[in-house]
Design a protein around this ligand. Sequence first.
Ligand SMILES: C[S@@+](CC[C@H](N)C(=O)[O-])C[C@H]1O[C@@H](n2cnc3c(N)ncnc32)[C@H](O)[C@@H]1O
Length: 369
Amino acid sequence: MTPSARLVAFRCLQRIDHEGAYANLVVNAELQRSKLSERDRKFVTELVYGTTRMRRACDALVDRFVATEPSPEVRTVLRLGAYQLHYAGVAPHAAVGETVELAPKRARGFVNAVLRRVSSADIAWPSEAVRLSYPDWIVERLVTELGHDDAMASLAAMNEAPTVTEREDGYIQDLGSQWVAAAVPAVEGELVLDVCAAPGGKATAIAATGAVVVAADLQPQRVGLIAANVVNTRQRAVLPVVADGTLPPFAAESFHHVLIDAPCSGLGTLRRRADARWRITPADVTELVALQQHLIDASAPLVRPGGTLVYSVCTLLADESVHHRVPDDFEVIVDRPAGEWRPLGVGWRVLPHDAGTDGMIVVRYRKRS
Ligand SMILES: C[S@@+](CC[C@H](N)C(=O)[O-])C[C@H]1O[C@@H](n2cnc3c(N)ncnc32)[C@H](O)[C@@H]1O
């Protein structure tokens, strides 16, 4: 018998909640094994990603009616039920009745009682972080960086499912990422280095200008993704290479433009990775800041005099972007790039709620001739 959509969602959530599995990998694997209809697949995806994003808020919804911590599997059932009741617009009789069935027999009366109360009681949220379902540190950090209103709007926008934008060549790429690629002022016949290029979204976009793009990445299997995307987009002027951007195997001053689309905390793309907010820590940010500076130090010498260095990240934090140092022979390019960018120090930032894109930061420098 085909397992129901809720059962598939529950299995995914168990692995994400209690085994540290990655949401996207688990959902893809479980959906592949299942024989669910297209409609049910969408439902499973929404339930798993939504319940994972809203985990903290779902816990607050149920914890008012729970005296002692339930077993891990019952905790997951309660989260899934609360999500359906409070966020997914599922009718209470279905949300409660069918979710109760997922619990072990001995706990069904308890789950039923808690979910019924969740469905009928209003909640007074203890904090914005709980209401919006983020760790405290992320909310605090964004409020410091963006001010209260933009932080709340950004956080709320990243609780929505991401939009899908397709380029002319068929590649699916967020508009914010397209704006970053367009901020590299390459023209036909120029040589561009994309230091952190996998899976090749920006490299293939830049190659559409007629420039030749050396698309490097540290991870061999991810360079394989670049190669596949070169074939899919037919952007043959992209040359995938395995290379460490902190020790680049290229001669000094060999590129007209160098793009560093650096590894970052991803705090601008949390809508895309439902579990990321629960993984990333302030210590990770500190480590990433050091790696990013290292990538800039190693890549800057590769830019020709008169050429450009473009640095980008899909986070919202100034520490991961505009606070980095560049050598003295670089000057900031001050004109506004195309897209919904707001000024941020020496660079530009897109907030997730401004145009329904991922959040991004870009900084552009020119090397003096
Ligand atoms: C933000 S992603 C790049 C996305 C890509 N530019 C695109 O638009 O499709 C960052 C990439 O940096 C790579 N990376 C991490 N450390 C690196 C290093 N030391 N040298 C080169 N690439 C690195 C990661 O493997 C990852 O693919």
